[in-house]
Ligand binder design. Structure first.
Ligand code: HSE
Length: 308
């Protein structure tokens, strides 16, 4: 028996919502988990590149694979251990680009294995295992449930999430560069402590951002996609981010420009023809920096993970 699950890409943080906000994008990985027929055959992990997703060769194909680790935790949760299993990952989501490729395969593997086991775990358990493996819930929640999600790891390790309607006409343009950035490196540049007033700045931006989304208030949203907790420390690693932040400041119909997750992809949120009006200047910035960039504009993905 085998089960396949389709899981969307995600963009996390949205500026002030570090490790807390994320939304799903309509690009998908497909994860298939099957019990192998031959007992004793162990773990088999296959990666199939559906489109050019970059660097899939670096994905481990043994017990160190994150999908396997997540499935192992699920088996442990029900008091069993994994023995013979085949995992196939069809990748469409660019890898190590800040688009939630790892969250998508973790979530897909967990949902597929849970189906195979007869659904012993509910969504709350799957969300908490996935967040534990990923290290934070902001990509995992929208990868599971789609849409725009707020998520929080609670003191007891459980994960809470809320899904809020995201205005369909707020377009999501991702600028995916031709270089990779490991999330571990992008997290290692963050300080252990931040100035009190920077924390207070982010609290007010993040709180207002939720209200702006809830009320579909694009004028308010323009003031909210700002951050002092992670972007200032990461901007040296993200080519073009400073230039794009300047370019998009106070531009009509541009709501904001933020780092997608830990980068290096940059996300520009716009409405109407906002992005088209600046597209040539955006291309020029990357040309000047000698960075090839894949520019894609999406509307939000609201379905989340789907068992096929
Ligand atoms: N919130 C995470 C970070 C997203 O910014 O490091 C990356 O997976």
């Amino acid at each position: 028996m085998k089960v396949s699950v389709r899981v969307p890409a995600t963009t996390a943080n949205l500026g002030p919502g570090f490790d807390c906000l994320g939304l799903a994008l309509p690009v998908y990985n497909e994860i298939t988990v099957e019990e192998t027929v031959m007992p004793g055959s162990g773990i088999e992990i296959n990666i199939i590149e559906d489109s050019e997703t970059y660097d899939v060769l670096s994905i481990p194909k043994d017990e160190n694979n994150i999908v396997y680790k997540a499935i192992e935790l699920l088996y442990n949760f029900i008091g069993q251990s994994v023995s013979d299993i085949k995992i196939t990952i069809k990748t469409n989501i660019p890898v190590t680009r800040g688009l939630g490729s790892s969250a998508s395969v973790i979530v897909g593997g967990l949902i597929a294995a849970n189906e195979l086991l007869g659904k012993p775990a509910d969504d709350a358990v799957l969300l908490s295992i996935a967040s534990e493996v990923e290290g934070h819930p902001d990509n995992v929640a929208p990868a599971m449930f789609g849409g725009f999600c707020i998520s929080s790891i609670e003191d007891d390790g459980s994960v809470s999430y809320s899904k809020i309607y995201w205005p369909e006409d707020w377009k999501l343009t991702v600028l995916i560069p031709d270089y990779e950035l490991d999330t571990g490196i992008a997290r290692s540049v963050l300080p252990e402590n931040v100035p009190f007033f920077d924390a207070a700045y982010n609290i007010r931006k993040c709180a207002m951002l939720i209200d702006a989304v809830y009320r579909r208030d694009s004028e308010l949203m323009k003031k909210c996609l700002k951050d002092k907790l992670h972007q200032p420390y990461r901007e040296e690693l993200i080519k073009g981010f400073k230039e794009l932040t300047q370019l998009t400041e106070n531009k009509e119909d541009i709501l904001g420009c933020v780092i997608s997750g830990a980068g290096p992809t940059i996300l520009i949120i716009s409405q109407n023809k906002g992005f088209e009006k600046i597209e040539n200047e955006v291309n020029q910035i990357f040309n000047d920096l000698n960075v090839n960039v894949d520019i894609r504009t999406y509307t939000i993905e609201n379905k989340g993970s789907l068992v096929l």
